[in-house]
Ligand binder design. Structure first.
Ligand code: ADP
Length: 208
């Protein structure tokens, strides 16, 4: 099973992804944690390139760089984990991040980004995507040094991301689920465990 954790910066993705992997291990289910971009040598290099503020990278180039890193991660890590080891993958961000950030945030066509995502991943997509839904100001308060990021990208940008995640969850309600994230780490973790449990115990055909 392939699970992605999504949401704006500071929503709690890496916290919840780590807890979910630990819980799955406790259930006797082998699970691998990965982060997108990253988790491969190429991915970590691309991550550095994208996050280095000295580069001015246009939205389309950004999206394609993320996709290149992701293609490598699918080949090296995700596909072997899912199909050879038959283990669970929990990924901190995936294609939906590009749909929301470069699509809703920067004005590229979300549908085109989904299509590029299909090509980059060879159709290896999560059965379940959990979006940690949080208002911008709460997420910013959680981040250290939030000013830098807000000043660079602006409040409106992050608001478009929140709306983008909500719209995509509505459009793909069969596999993208919003989880309210303005709660304690433990409460959110419990809800995520229940969601995953119900999918693991009662998988639809395409989820197994
Ligand atoms: P993301 O990966 O989405 O950017 P993180 O998991 O790194 O978010 O969390 C950002 C910050 O907020 C961290 O300092 C983390 O400890 C804190 N945090 C995460 N979840 C919660 C929560 N539910 N309530 C309060 N603080 C949280």
């Amino acid at each position: 099973m392939f699970i992605a954790i999504e949401g704006i910066d500071g929503a709690g993705k890496s916290t919840q992804a780590r807890l979910l992997v630990r819980w799955l291990d406790q259930q006797g289910r082998s699970a691998v944690l990965c982060r997108d971009p990253g988790s491969t040598d190429l991915g970590e290099e691309v991550r550095k390139l994208l996050l280095a503020s000295r580069h001015q990278i246009g939205a389309k180039a950004q999206m394609l760089l993320y996709m290149a890193a992701r293609a490598q991660m699918v080949d090296e890590l995700i596909a072997p984990t899912l199909y050879k080891r038959k283990a669970i993958v929990v990924c901190d961000r995936y294609v939906l991040s590009n749909v929301v950030y470069q699509g809703y945030g920067c004005g590229l066509d979300p549908e085109v980004i989904w299509q590029v995502g299909q090509v980059a991943t060879g159709g290896v997509m999560p059965q379940l995507t959990i979006v940690l839904d949080l208002e911008v100001h709460t997420a910013q308060q959680r981040l250290q040094g939030p000013r830098d990021r807000i000043e660079t990208l602006g409040q409106d940008f992050f608001q478009r991301l929140v709306e983008g995640y909500r719209q995509e969850a509505q459009r793909h309600s069969h596999n993208i689920v919003l989880v309210p994230a303005d709660r304690s780490v433990e409460e959110i973790h419990q809800e995520i465990c229940q969601l995953v449990q119900s999918r693991l115990l009662h998988p639809r055909k395409e989820d197994s």
